[in-house]
Design a protein around this ligand. Sequence first.
Ligand SMILES: C[S@@+](CC[C@H](N)C(=O)[O-])C[C@H]1O[C@@H](n2cnc3c(N)ncnc32)[C@H](O)[C@@H]1O
Length: 271
Amino acid sequence: MKNVDEMTAANLRRWDEKAQANWNSHYYDLDGFLRKKDSLLPLEVREVGDVNGKNMLHLQCHFGMDSLSWAGRGATVTGVDFSAEAIRLARELSRKIEVPAKFINSNVYDLESVLQTEFDIVYTSYGVLCWLPDLGEWGRLIAKYLRPGGFFYIVEGHPFGNMIDENVLDHFQAGYPYFDESPEMFDDDHVVDQGHDFQNKERFEWFHSMSEIINSLVSQGLHLEFVHEFSSCFFPMHPRMQRHDDGYWYLPEGEFNVPMMFSLKASKPFD
Ligand SMILES: C[S@@+](CC[C@H](N)C(=O)[O-])C[C@H]1O[C@@H](n2cnc3c(N)ncnc32)[C@H](O)[C@@H]1O
């Protein structure tokens, strides 16, 4: 059994390769982004609100499409990702569209050694929590990087939806744990990988429950503003899901109405 450092190293190898694969993928639609210079969906735009003049820390920013979209809306953005390849591509994208942002190549858990600034907003989204073994430390870092009066926002796959077994096609079946027992090892291609032949297939994902996510923030003194749950998802969590015009993926009509995605906002009090 690998230890956490070895599992993180395997995930990093995978992400360095996947950054380039995603850059070329239909799912990320780089050409569309170069035209619109905006990858944000209406949900996070509405729920985060006006970012003009705010400084934002974007955790696990990948190759920076969302970071640069917030920057285009007037925020001063610092994006962080542990994949050197993702950060290299983020800087290239920033130059290509002439929208400035700062990109730091660091593991979230090592951030304190390279970043001391406080932020108005800490933001993270869409496919981030499963890569993090320790949400307690994650919550501590989020609270540390927020200035008093600032807020944290996340939109992410729902822990309930994460249980769905994507290999069982004709009915709903739980294939993964709800509670964080031990990381799950995967060595297949992900449903959005569209046939890319990965050299680094092995990856490890942690399952976090809703209470674990919320308590990791509340226990650091953050005030919960809202938690919202959605039956749609930002990616086809199951092969039968289909993309609608709003950019999200849905199970066929008439099937189970279960939570596939959530959003959460929590603020740091002044005292
Ligand atoms: C699914 S992507 C996030 C996608 C993002 N919402 C976007 O803008 O496209 C997950 C990202 O988390 C990064 N990551 C995973 N574990 C990390 C860690 N411990 N520290 C920093 N980044 C990490 C990966 O390199 C990857 O870029």
